[in-house]
Design a protein around this ligand. Structure first.
Ligand SMILES: O=C(O)CCC(=O)C(=O)O
Ligand SMILES: [Fe+2]
Length: 496
């Protein structure tokens, strides 16, 4: 592939020192000790490890006499790097390994971890108990670290091969520090339902007390959960892994976007034990989606992931709001109000699709600075024992600053009823989570149930929508009637 315009390793500042790092995965690698700083001068001395095979970004090819990707990949050399990876994606493990023996260039391509991740996840091995071995390739081949032979290819320049590992090494904590005071999400100890409905339900906030009072909160931790449910399978993206296997993975991996455990059946899987432990905070008590009974979409999830895992930008489904309670760890949230997609995120005209092909690290590296300066941006860190409220229609990206365990629930609070009705009525193609065999018309069903159980509230919400349609303001803005108010920082947010 033609070298890109990057002439040097795209790391913010030059390396000051090098040192040997002995990683948990057993790969001894040299690392650059770097000082990362932003335009406001935050400093974080961080370690960015070189690629395990010492592969470098494409731009460095300009300063080198040759590039293994051109001289040592045979006929593959005519293809762009991404296409080579796509083609290798059709090979089975045996063929991929054999191809790697043919040349140093193809050896480097054949070690690309994304290929091995796909091979393992799609293989029956991933459905059986397995031993996680620090990287996908070793895990798939059941290869102990001691049998691993690494041949460095420092004369191979490829953004495609270099980028994922590099992204996995970029320190993310600096992005969560020095939150500008005007962006800081409002923090309050607790809230009454009345205050929530009258003053606070249209902007994010963090409650700092309620989770600490949950029965069992003190006994819960990632480790105790794993101890008790080690052999129970939980959903992590497209796989159902035993919790013990996921825990081993979580503690020793270098993925750009670590597999994130997101399980909707955690109450059933733990014999009701986890369900009994939490109480919905009083202010979130009213939930109009309850009228759907068994026909409502999934509403609660247990979320577990390592440092750097998280959720890329999205809005919650069906214009629902959500609360997210952290049991262990810390989460950095960056949010934007309805109608204001974050920089770098593009929505289709009918709002049915969101395009953000970027990983969390890529988005932070490329867009965080601009996002912070964008009107409406809200940021905060939700710590263990705290709960964050996500209002309907708000965009959010979440990154775990340390290994985190959280519970989350989606709901329709009174002030967001009209937003949910509008969504179900006007965006049927984007409605999700319903069992389509049982529910053919989610909007019709919701209206029918509301008429039966809350006719007055339904009428008021429909009138609100009618009024919105008639007013010029309503047609000019698509904010679902939600403004956003400026918050006050938590005591310990880093004000400038
Ligand atoms: O904890 C997280 O990663 C955020 C989860 C989230 O945004 C969601 O469940 O919709
Ligand atoms: Fe969400």
């Amino acid at each position: 592939m033609a070298p890109s315009t990057t002439l040097i390793d795209p790391i913010p500042s030059p390396p000051s020192k090098r040192q040997k790092i002995f990683s948990v995965t057993g790969v001894n690698i040299e690392a650059d000790i770097l000082s990362i700083s932003d335009e406001k001068g935050f400093e974080d001395t961080a370690t960015i490890s070189s690629h395990p095979l010492r592969i470098k970004p494409s731009g460095n090819a300009y300063t080198s006499e040759s590039n293994l990707r051109d001289t040592s990949t045979g006929l593959f050399a005519v293809f762009p790097d991404e296409l080579i990876i796509d083609i290798l994606g059709y090979l089975d493990a045996e063929s991929l390994s054999q191809l790697g023996f043919t040349s140093r260039g193809l050896y480097a391509f054949s070690r690309h971890e994304e290929l091995w991740k796909a091979l393992f996840i799609e293989s029956p091995k991933s459905k059986l108990p397995f031993t996680w071995r620090g990287i996908w390739r070793r895990t798939h081949l059941s290869l102990p670290f001691s049998k691993e032979v690494l041949i460095p290819t420092p004369d191979l320049f490829s953004d495609t091969l270099h980028r994922p590992f590099h992204m996995s090494q970029i320190p993310l904590k600096p992005y969560a520090s020095k939150i500008p005071s005007q962006n800081a999400i409002l923090c309050l100890p607790d809230m009454t339902a009345e205050d929530f409905n009258q003053k606070y339900s249209t902007a994010p906030f963090i409650l700092t007390s309620p989770v600490k009072d949950w029965a069992g909160y003190k006994e819960w931790s990632i480790a105790s959960l794993v101890d008790r449910y080690r052999d129970v399978r939980f959903r992590a993206e497209s796989v159902d892994w035993r919790l013990g296997d996921y825990y081993d993975y979580m503690r020793d991996q270098t993925d750009e976007s670590p597999l994130y455990l997101f399980d909707r059946a955690f109450v059933e899987k733990t014999g009701g034990e986890l369900g009994r432990g939490f109480t919905v905070p009083e202010c979130f008590g009213k939930d109009y989606f309850e009228v759907l009974g068994d026909e409502r979409p999934d509403r609660r999830w247990m979320i577990l992931g390592p440092e750097r895992s998280g959720s890329t930008f999205h809005k919650d489904p069906n214009a629902t709001s959500a609360w997210n309670a952290v049991i262990e760890g810390e989460k950095y949230w960056i949010m934007f109000p309805p109608g204001s997609p974050p920089p770098g995120v593009y929505e289709s005209e009918d709002h049915s699709e969101v395009t953000s092909p970027l990983s969390i690290a890529e988005w932070l590296v490329g867009f965080h600075r601009e996002a912070r300066r964008t009107k409406g941006c809200r940021e905060g860190i939700c710590k263990a024992g705290e709960i964050l409220y996500v209002p309907s229609g708000w965009w959010h990206l979440v990154v775990n600053l340390s290994p985190s365990l959280a519970l989350t629930q989606n709901f329709i609070p009174p002030t967001q009823l009209s937003a949910a009705i509008e969504f179900l009525r006007d965006q049927p193609g984007s409605v999700s989570g319903f069992n389509t065999k049982r529910v053919r018309d989610p909007y019709g069903l919701f209206i029918k149930r509301m008429e039966e159980q809350y006719p007055v509230e339904l009428q008021a919400a429909l009138e609100k929508l009618e009024k919105k349609k008639k007013t010029k303001w309503g047609t000019l803005t698509d904010t679902k009637g939600q403004g956003f108010s400026f918050g006050f920082g938590c005591e310990d947010s880093d004000e400038e």
